[in-house]
Design a protein around this ligand. Structure first.
Ligand SMILES: Nc1ncnc2c1ncn2[C@@H]1O[C@H](COP(=O)(O)OP(=O)(O)OP(=O)(O)O)[C@@H](O)[C@H]1O
Length: 243
């Protein structure tokens, strides 16, 4: 394994069911996500994108191969250890702005840290820092319904990356947003990766995938292309201006 691999999929397969009705959701997927890297996953509906993200996040278990997060093979962990890895190492951002409505932005972001035993005041400080990093520090005391969709999605990114977490798994995080707001959210995700986080981004939109360092394509559960191409210069230029 490369030392800076944050996520590694080794010949991963996932079969649902068995016998003649078995569905091969994923076959023989090998992929390494390094520190600072953003990888976009594209592919038609049913090609296995969500399954890939679920396996990467330890929400589902492969039927073949291995998933390693920060060098740890998830299959070697007990349920409690797996839950701890999920809390400490990775965060999810979903399409549907899944913040808890009864909590303020800061409380939403602090929650995973408090669940991990960090004292409320320290968690709150970390949450404020995380919100500031994604450009919504002044909205800490607002409730989700007092924020725009783009602002809520920034809060979700802050929550995904609070504390020691360095891996964001984003499933169509711009799906519920208008196109300009969607771009803004990707710019924030790109900037957080440039600052040392790592992201796996499922998207249907090539224009959003252009923010990634690499784009991988799934078809019928198999990786059909992994170009390894560098992002175009304008992406680097744009991302450099964001902090
Ligand atoms: N729990 C399950 N039981 C049986 N089949 C499943 C299950 N979950 C997913 N599948 C199948 O696995 C394949 C991959 O599904 P997946 O949801 O990963 O695709 P996707 O690329 O994310 O699709 P979409 O873009 O529509 O969300 C599909 O054929 C799907 O029907």
């Amino acid at each position: 394994m490369t030392s800076d691999a944050v996520l590694e999929l080794r010949a991963v397969g996932r079969v649902h069911g068995d016998g003649p009705t078995a569905v091969h959701a994923l076959r023989d997927i090998s992929l390494t996500l390094r520190s600072g890297e953003l990888i976009a996953v594209m592919g038609p509906s049913g090609s296995g994108k969500s399954t890939l993200l679920h396996l990467a996040g330890g929400l589902d278990t492969p039927t073949d191969g291995a998933v390693l997060v920060e060098g740890t093979d998830l299959s070697t962990l007990s349920r409690a250890e797996l839950a701890a890895v999920r809390r400490r190492s990775l965060g999810y951002v979903f399409q549907d702005l899944n913040l808890i409505p009864a909590l303020t932005a800061a409380e939403n972001v602090a929650l995973p840290r408090e669940l991990d035993g960090v004292r409320a005041r320290a968690a709150r400080r970390e949450a404020q820092d995380a919100l500031t990093e994604v450009g919504v520090g002044e909205l800490a005391d607002r409730f989700p319904d007092e924020m725009s969709g783009g602002q809520q999605q920034r809060v979700a990114i802050a929550r995904a990356l609070i504390g020691p977490r360095r891996l964001v798994l984003a499933d169509e995080p711009t799906g519920a947003l208008d196109s300009q707001t969607g771009e803004d959210v990707l710019r924030v995700l790109r900037a957080r990766c440039d600052a040392g986080a790592s992201g796996l981004l499922v998207t249907h939109e090539a224009r959003h995938a252009a923010w990634a360092d690499r784009v991988v394509f799934l078809r019928d559960g198999a990786l059909v292309d992994d170009t390894g191409a560098a992002p175009p210069p304008e992406v680097l230029l744009t991302a450099d201006g964001v902090g």
